[in-house]
Design a protein around this ligand. Structure first.
Ligand code: ZN
Length: 218
């Protein structure tokens, strides 16, 4: 089973990706993980990617696609995979299409988690980070034992600039602008599943699961 999960920051994408990966026995592949791994293992492509990152440049699509191809060729991806946060652009989506069709396979389902702006703002504005050790807390789902203080080290909890209301609205706007063309691309191929991402983690996972099961049954 070959899946893509699209979703804005604060949609709970990481958690859902982990559950899908566990239940369906396929590895979760994100560009961030691949780039970190590549920089560590020192392959030719990895060193190339590291060169761009060290200079603070964006890693070009052909390098990313090369690394993706290496990754999906490994044994644990033999039965499929779940892309998390990839592809990001139409060029990457087209490159992925070519790569998969040269292997005689296609994507099964592209899940787009859709959440309202209010909901994302609500979720992220409950998030606090320890100013000392970086541990993340959530005032509703993972509240610290002592108000405003880190459970692990007693450091002061602060709100990340990124998680503030105005910043969140802007991040969401940028996300939608970048992702709309991708959604159109996959809708045209009839593999886009828009999933309502509002609600509890359980509710949202139930909806994702239904779409995946529907997408892979004949
Ligand atoms: Zn701490």
């Amino acid at each position: 089973m070959r899946l893509v999960l699209l979703g804005p920051p604060g949609a709970g994408k990481g958690t859902q990706a982990e559950r899908i990966s566990r239940e369906f026995g396929i590895p979760k592949i994100s560009t961030g993980d691949i780039l970190r791994e590549a920089a560590r293992n020192g392959s030719e492509l990895g060193l190339k990617a590291k060169g761009y990152m060290d200079k603070g440049d964006l890693v070009p699509d052909d390098v990313i696609l090369g690394l993706i191809e290496e990754r999906i060729s490994s044994d644990d991806a033999a039965n499929g995979f779940l892309f998390d946060g990839f592809p990001r652009t139409i060029a990457q989506a087209e490159g992925l299409d070519r790569m998969l069709s040269s292997r005689g396979v296609t994507l099964d389902v592209v899940i787009s988690l859709d959440v309202t702006e209010e909901n994302v703002i609500e979720r992220l504005s409950r998030r606090y980070v320890c100013s000392e050790c970086g541990r993340v807390f959530n005032l509703v789902t993972k509240a610290p034992a002592r108000k405003g203080l880190c459970d692990a080290c007693g450091g002061k909890l602060i709100q990340r600039e990124d998680d503030r209301r105005e910043t969140v609205a802007e991040r969401l706007r940028v996300y939608n602008e970048q992702t709309d063309p991708l959604r159109g691309f996959y809708r045209q191929r009839s593999i886009l599943a828009a999933v309502d991402g509002n609600g509890t983690l359980e509710e949202v996972y139930g909806r994702i699961r239904r779409e995946i099961t529907r997408g892979i049954s004949p």
